[in-house]
Ligand binder design. Structure first.
Ligand SMILES: *Cc1c(COP(=O)(O)O)cnc(C)c1O
Length: 499
């Protein structure tokens, strides 16, 4: 494969930083000369050196930003099978609702009397989240899944302290958990005690029971878990956890697989965050946007953070200080949550309806099982039997090929597919976790299957390692040193170069 002379390939162009383009003195507009000499008006504060802004003509600016926008891969560009992330189609109706001027142009400092409709949006969404989960309370303000975990675990901590159980400082977390779970427990001042998985990819119940004791504050469990499997002993787990005086936190990031079919309250859960940006559309990434409301059981409800919305005859009102029996553990965020994501989630819930949400969970599980069924003879499924909304493979199918999970994922990019989640969960070797979501068509899934099968067969042919190691070939950048980028981030442009 020859490199190009210019770095441009096909009609994909190399894109320098805007500061590296243009030339001094060029400008997209003509400014009139100022009437009075500037010295008089700036009181001696006139800039001594050039301001350093890029000097470009309008068409250069337009092309620069258009090209940048085309480099952004998103759910609107193609299939996005990132397991655990639930990247699903964002209905245009939800976007349209979020852009209504009466909602989009609000200011968080507006008097509450002028934002009654917005407070009603928060209250109505809270109502449906409680209805769907069967839980009596919900804290709406957490801004993401991990933030919702933190909110739930802080409520658990407050409840223990309130009951003179503040010595409970150990939290049990399965080995397959998302990294945010142990991180959350640690941030809340708990120590993390890992629970092993059994050969069926579920929590080892006997091992979990053996670890329960008077110093255990909570167990944090994901259901369906990150292996894409339903924790079928969840009722026994909940019972054992409660008998030991601990609370049951459930990571609800995978709620998309069961919404409308199972009520988390019926599973004995005390607290669970809901990633609105997974279960209720809003594809996310690059740091936002998201929202992680946390539903709470009756035992934890009094400790929910402020603010929350109430309706009291005179209208909707935000409660900012503890009222009545409430003992809020504090506040988790400025203002009242990610309002733009609330609108999208509410529009999604109302347009789908109860039957539609149930159908979406069913179709998500069907699509994942379709992928599993069509790929299981060429890849190596980590666990037997059907899966929930995502299917998990490990790297045994690459044994002795000299090709790693990373190489395989990079080769997918050359074939026009965003890779699946790699190397997570940690309980299997070289994991490949695929989540198709309910909104993908059979044609898309079939095309993906053809590509994955083709690559798997090529990988097993015995002499393809070099090819795989060279992938991706057709992207503007190839393999990046992500560790270096994370350790030595270059975030600022300097005239004349950064090195
Ligand atoms: C996405 C995810 C989280 C964290 O959610 P964020 O919104 O990214 O903070 C936690 N647990 C699981 C299983 C997830 O998939």
């Amino acid at each position: 494969m020859t490199e190009t002379f210019s770095g441009n390939r096909g009609l994909q162009l190399e894109e320098p930083l805007i500061f590296e383009m243009g030339s001094d003195g060029r400008c997209g507009v003509d400014y009139p000369q100022p009437e009075a000499p500037l010295e008089d008006r700036l009181g001696g504060l006139r800039r001594a050196a050039a301001i350093g802004l890029p000097n470009l003509a309008e068409p250069q600016v337009v092309r620069h930003y258009t090209r940048l926008s085309q480099k952004n891969y998103g759910i609107d560009s193609g299939f996005y099978p990132l397991g655990s992330c639930t990247m699903k189609h964002n209905p245009r109706l939800s976007e349209k609702m979020a852009r209504l001027p009466g909602l989009a142009d609000l200011h968080p400092f507006q008097p509450q009397a002028t934002v009654q409709g917005a407070l009603e949006v928060i209250d109505t969404l809270a109502h449906w989240l409680k209805e769907l989960t069967g839980m009596p309370a919900v804290a709406m303000s957490p801004a993401a899944g991990a933030h919702g975990e933190w909110c739930g675990m802080m409520a658990i901590r407050a409840a223990h302290e309130d009951k003179g159980q503040g010595h409970r400082r150990r939290v049990l977390v399965p080995e397959s958990a998302h990294g945010t779970n142990p991180a959350t427990a640690a941030m809340c001042g708990f120590s993390v005690d890992p629970v092993p998985a059994n050969e069926r990819g579920r929590v080892d119940l006997a091992a979990l029971k053996a670890k329960l004791g008077p110093d255990v504050a909570a167990v944090m469990l994901t259901n369906p878990n990150t292996c894409g499997l339903f924790e079928d002993q969840i009722l026994e787990i909940a019972e054992a956890v409660h008998a030991a005086g601990a609370y049951f936190y459930c990571d609800g990031a995978n709620y998309n697989a069961i919404v409308g079919r199972v009520k988390p309250a019926d599973l004995g859960i005390d607290a669970m965050h809901i990633n609105l940006h997974k279960t209720f559309s809003t594809p996310h990434g690059g740091g936002g946007p998201g929202a992680g409301p946390t539903v709470l059981s009756a035992a934890l409800a009094p400790y929910a953070p402020v603010p929350y919305v109430v309706h009291d005859g005179k209208g909707f009102r935000l409660v900012e200080q503890a009222e009545g029996d409430a003992r809020p553990f504090g506040r988790v965020k400025g203002f009242h949550g990610q309002f733009g994501v609330f609108i999208r989630a509410l529009a999604y819930v109302l347009s789908m309806g109860g039957d539609g949400l149930r159908q979406s969970a069913t179709d998500a599980v069907l699509n994942a099982n379709y992928l599993m069924a069509r790929l299981k003879d060429v890849l190596t499924p980590s666990f037997d039997g059907p899966c929930m909304h995502e299917c998990l493979f490990d790297d045994r199918f690459l044994k002795d090929s000299g090709i790693s999970t990373l190489d395989f994922a990079k080769a997918l990019i050359d074939e026009g597919f965003h890779p699946m989640t790699m190397y997570f969960p940690l309980v299997v070797h070289g994991a490949l976790l695929m989540e198709p979501t309910e909104s993908e068509s059979k044609e898309t899934l079939d095309q993906f299957v053809r590509v994955v099968r083709g690559l798997a067969e090529k990988a097993k042919s015995g002499n393809a390692a070099e090819d795989f190691k060279a992938a991706p070939r057709f992207t503007p950048r190839r393999r990046l040193d992500e560790t270096l980028a994370a350790r030595t981030p270059v975030l600022k442009w300097k005239r004349g170069g950064n090195s």
